[in-house]
Write a protein that binds this ligand. Sequence first.
Ligand SMILES: C[S@@+](CC[C@H](N)C(=O)[O-])C[C@H]1O[C@@H](n2cnc3c(N)ncnc32)[C@H](O)[C@@H]1O
Length: 472
Amino acid sequence: MLLDTNLFCPICKRQLLINPTEVRCTTCQTSYPLLADCIPVLTPNPTETITRNYIEYTEYHRIQPAQQRANLLPTAYTHRPAAANTLSVAYAHNATLVEEIISSLLTHVTVASLTSFILHPPTRRTKYLFDSRYLYRDWSGLPESEAEIALIMRHLLPRLPATGPILFLGAGLGRIACEVAARREAVYAIDNSVAMGYLYNKAIAEPIEFYDINFKNIERAEQLAIRYSTNERLVNPIGKKNLTYIIGSAANLPFPDKYFAAIVSVYFTDVLPLSAYIGEISRTLADSAAFIHYGPLEYHFDNPSQMLALDELIDTFRLHRLELQEQDKVASTHCKSPVSGGYKLYTNWIMSFRKEVSDETLTADTVISIEQSILFSLSGQITNSSCQVSASIGSSQERNFEVNEALIEILKLLDGTTNFRGILQRISTTHGSIDNIFEAQLSSILVTLKQKGFLQFHNPGAAPSNRKIDHF
Ligand SMILES: C[S@@+](CC[C@H](N)C(=O)[O-])C[C@H]1O[C@@H](n2cnc3c(N)ncnc32)[C@H](O)[C@@H]1O
């Protein structure tokens, strides 16, 4: 399958070459596997990712359900033969889904990587190896689940920009990202769980039958294991076309700097310590772009020193130039089982942050104004065969800074309202087309003049100051 999207190398952050059989970086030559022929695994060491997951799922598949079947059932369930039967059917069925995940990984596992892993077994463990709660919350159409999805969408959609790429961190089974992709132009979902990526891809293609197993808080024995099916009618065809699902980590986003118009975290901010990925959010958000958080602070890791209170979380975002714009909260259940008498009710905080524009940055949208007055002088000498002109600029703080005479003409174009793109257009109207080298050189001169205090940059949102340019 040919992916119809932009993908980037997690190592170089350059655009990847996509063809039906591989996704490859033409800069560092790393080749990235496509899981189930369509989900790119974009981690810096994809072979390691695939092999580690293969080993984890194989272990999960062979040992855990086997123990449940072999050890638990015959002994502990002798007084509950019907329950034993229900459970063994449910486990065996769910195991077939895990087998599919293992087969999709096996295609990409090499003997060499497997040998190396057997010698050095992985110490890290992937969470969410198989989680039926998200299958029924996202794709089964149960009333409780649809109510939760509708509530999240009601709070999310008005906060999202109308245009530009949007990224969902820890996107799980992808329903929320898919709903947004039906209404926006380019949406990406990233999750480090192979099962989430695989099952998202399966759910948008065909119904998935699975069992949800509940040992506690059920009224009737038959509710011990309930068979559900995902519902094809919930899959929005536009959403699934516009959504690109990637296996990768929030802690190493495979995207270039300033790529996203918005990054969204639904029930994810508390999954990893914020310090592990906030730098990546800040790096990949465009100037003035939004970070949107929806969810509780339940914290799914062990280090208490990283379990920030809401105000500390907001302060940490501020340190990374992400300013809180507005804040709200809503109570809701999360992945509520239709049969269990026990469920969690969270206060979900909803926060929008805006990435502050760094005033050192000169982009096509930057409006450039003159800080106070720039004084300039032109002097020169004309002979029969030559004309030598020397130009300098200065201000009350900085005098006689030698420049190219053409720069004086360019400085006269800075009216405090036209952006850099407009300035370049005006130059090309007078002097003919300009190339990338000229643009890069001019950009670096303007940044230098800014650093010397002659100019001010106003990136979208900031008010420009008045223009003044005088002779000495
Ligand atoms: C609590 S679930 C939320 C899923 C989804 N956002 C939702 O609300 O339906 C957290 C998700 O984060 C994913 N995750 C955990 N660590 C991650 C990481 N380092 N990078 C990306 N995703 C990760 C998990 O696999 C899981 O799918």
